[in-house]
Design a protein around this ligand. Structure first.
Ligand SMILES: Cc1cc2nc3c(=O)[nH]c(=O)nc-3n(C[C@H](O)[C@H](O)[C@H](O)COP(=O)(O)OP(=O)(O)OC[C@H]3O[C@@H](n4cnc5c(N)ncnc54)[C@H](O)[C@@H]3O)c2cc1C
Length: 676
């Protein structure tokens, strides 16, 4: 009997690390004799309809499937994979362009490793000889080496196709182009699939060409409402796949691939530990008695568990009321990291919520069960669409998403025709604003170590450093502080986030940084967050700041005003928000006298408080508020040290809430006079 030569489909995985709702695994499963599509394309139940793009893509013939994930040398440091640690990596270190920080820091590296291992195990558990191979290098080279290896000896098999899902990052687009070229050079079929992990499929976008994408999120969203009707069905999870080829090319020298998850995490993290302080003299340490808001491990199972918990605990339904929180596990979904790596798809979230809304599945005894879309589930859909939108902006604007002047790159002119281009402070040269780069470097170090002297900013940056996560509310304040109060090149902040965020996503990160820095697609440019006002709104008892800045835990925020009656001591609260405002006695008492970040903050934010005439009760309608007593902000923020510009807070809004909150502040007693 003549031996049948394996025909191999090479699947290059990217941020589509899941078995379920995965267009390529689904298509590959349809090729195996034992699996059949679970439903017909005409099924009336939208949850299970087979909407796959298979018919459009699926003409490659193959007997074996080789799924390969490449740790891309320019995006994650791979020198830890060297077989012999005395050798040098042929690739430059995976550092960012502007601030030269690692592209992928320890938190995400661990999360990625967990996600890959989880998929590897899931594929092995199918018991059909499937699995996942890991490689390091540049994607194009890895593909080229694999194709070359198989072309040397036809007994090992023949690659019949190279498939991968598309991605909108500029580097990723370049990889796609190069892989396609390599495949063509080897006369091998190449297919780029849509990764259907977004809320709305590319097939259903409301325009013909990306150039027609509206520059305003609201316009984009309105064109798609009602959002609940939009997502396509999820694809069935394969129960069978073609086996791995009998012979698989090894990892090219000088690298080798670890054989356990622990080893994999170690090789990813060891190079970063050469400088565990990240050049900081005082790197943040994990304070006692505070938990990470994001303790979740990576992987599809972990993502599904999290999603089930959100539904069955009611956290999804209360999302609208809690999403501006900063402490704890369930104030927001914490699904971002799973979405970013493709461990989960947005439509899986949609359909899980739809089950609850339709009164199916878990959550029977919860309010809202079976009662259709509620405020919480609608708000989650709204945010998922923001994610879609950011990704489309990346598609539309490409490299401009990473440029200093952002997508607004045309030079704005003032009334007299003078250039209104903002001058940013730079780390290694003067930014042209009469600034001293050494001072900027110092400010940047203090920013990263959570020692700016502004409570909310410091708490968030310390949390980020030790956990890899910080809330959306905190992120907005941090980005605004760096770009507007410190006037530092916003890309440096975006790069720091890229390094440290567990949920880093190229479009969401750079798009949000641009938006907050005023060079993105915020229709009302120039708004600046006042971190004191924001702390009053969202950390009114100071719990968040005290959790992550333990030096301030000793501040007693209440005072006794009568038998059994206490009220917030507003002076003390202001001291928590900006420790330089503490009395000398208090500083002495806390051991903070003479401490640089306390005595010489990078910015002094003016926000005065006092009784509002008429005796208002001091609570903001938005749920933030006075915490006892009424408040009135006054004056302008001033930054110290380098003649920083004045800061103003025109509005205090969550990125993406542009159309939801009225222009005029609803909370009547908390007013910053800086607001126009
Ligand atoms: C400066 C800055 C940088 C950011 N960088 C990232 C990033 O690298 N990766 C990332 O996923 N998000 C980023 N965001 C958006 C947002 O902060 C996070 O998505 C959110 O905090 C993640 O927590 P969650 O999953 O609990 O969000 P939830 O509040 O539960 O929101 C649900 C989901 O909606 C999406 N979403 C929510 N808000 C946004 C938004 N503003 N833009 C895009 N998608 C959104 C996310 O996928 C999120 O998981 C950034 C925001 C800012 C202001």
């Amino acid at each position: 009997m003549s031996k049948v030569q394996p025909r191999i489909l090479l699947y290059i995985l990217r941020r589509d690390i899941r078995l379920s709702d995965n267009p390529i695994f689904h298509a590959a499963s349809l090729k195996t004799s034992r699996s059949k599509p679970s439903t017909t394309p005409t099924s009336p139940d939208r949850r299970h309809r087979d909407d796959s793009l298979f018919s459009a893509y699926g003409d490659t013939s193959f007997t074996h499937l080789l799924p390969v994930y490449v740790f891309s040398a320019n995006q994650i440091e791979i020198s830890g994979f060297l077989s012999n640690q005395s050798e040098t990596s042929p690739y430059p270190e995976a550092r960012s362009d502007v601030a030269r920080v690692w592209r992928t820091g320890p938190h995400r590296a661990k999360f990625i490793a967990q996600g890959l291992w989880s998929l590897k195990e899931r594929l092995q558990e199918l018991n059909c000889g499937s699995g996942l191979e890991l490689r390091v290098g540049r994607v194009r080279e890895v593909v080229s080496n694999i194709l070359d290896w198989y072309s040397k000896d036809e007994n090992d098999g023949e690659i019949s196709g190279v498939w991968m899902t598309d991605d909108d990052g500029t580097e990723e687009k370049e990889d796609e182009r190069l892989v396609k070229k390599v495949a063509e050079q080897h006369d091998v079929d190449f297919k780029l699939w849509k990764d259907e992990k977004f809320y709305i499929d590319d097939r259903d976008l409301p325009y013909k060409h990306i150039s027609e994408l509206s520059g305003v999120y609201t316009t984009y969203r309105k064109g798609l409402e009602p959002l609940r009707d939009r997502p396509r069905a999820c694809l069935p999870t394969p129960t069978h796949l073609p086996p791995l080829p009998p012979h698989i090319p090894p990892q090219e020298q000088p690298f080798s691939i670890p054989s356990s998850l622990d080893e994999l995490k170690k090789v990813l993290i060891t190079p970063l530990e050469k400088d565990p302080t990240y050049t900081l003299t005082e790197p943040p340490k994990w304070p006692t008695d505070v938990q990470s808001a994001h303790p979740f491990s990576g992987g599809e199972n972990s993502a599904q568990n999290r999603l089930s918990h959100l539904i069955s605990s009611g956290a999804m339904s209360s999302y609208k009321a809690t999403r501006n929180g900063m402490l704890g596990l369930d104030f927001s979904t914490k699904l971002s990291a799973f979405l970013a790596q493709g461990h989960l798809t947005a439509r899986q979230i949609h359909w899980a919520m739809s089950e609850f809304e339709a009164g199916r599945g878990p959550g029977r005894c919860l309010e809202g069960y079976g009662k259709g879309e509620n405020e919480g589930t609608a708000a989650v859909r709204f945010e998922l669409l923001w994610r879609d939108y950011m990704r489309l902006c990346l598609r539309k604007y490409g490299y401009k998403m990473f440029s200093l002047n952002g997508i607004q790159s045309c030079d704005k002119k003032g009334q007299n025709g003078e250039s209104q281009k903002k001058r940013w402070k730079q780390l290694h040269k003067s930014g042209g604003a009469g600034d001293d780069p050494n001072k900027t470097l110092e400010a940047y170090s203090r920013f990263r170590s959570g020692r700016t002297g502004v409570g909310l900013i410091d708490a968030s940056n310390r949390e980020l450093f030790v956990t890899g996560y910080t809330s959306n509310r905190a992120r907005q304040n941090v980005a605004s502080f760096l770009s507007s109060h410190l006037n530092i090149d916003w890309r440096i902040g975006a790069e720091w986030y890229e390094c440290f965020l567990i949920d880093y996503d190229v479009a969401s990160n750079w798009g949000n940084w641009q938006y907050v820095a005023g060079v993105g697609n915020d229709p009302r440019q120039g708004r600046v967050f006042n971190p004191v006002k924001q702390a009053l709104d969202y950390d009114k008892h100071g719990e968040y700041i005290k959790s992550w800045v333990p030096e301030l835990r000793g501040i007693k925020l209440t005072r006794t005003i009568g038998p059994g009656r206490e009220e917030v001591d507003q002076q003390k609260l202001m001291g928590l928000y900006q420790p330089w405002k503490l009395s000398d006695w208090e500083k002495d008492n806390l051991g903070l006298k003479g401490v640089e970040w306390v005595e010489q903050p990078l910015a002094r934010i003016n926000f005065q408080v006092g009784r509002v005439r008429g005796g208002h009760d001091g609570r903001s309608k938005r749920g933030g508020g006075g915490g006892g007593g009424s408040w009135r902000g006054r004056g302008r923020g001033q930054s110290q040290g380098q003649g920083q510009g004045q800061c103003s807070e025109r509005n205090f809004k969550r990125t993406g809430d542009a159309e939801k909150w009225p222009r005029k502040e609803e909370g009547p007693t908390i007013v910053s006079s800086e607001r126009t």
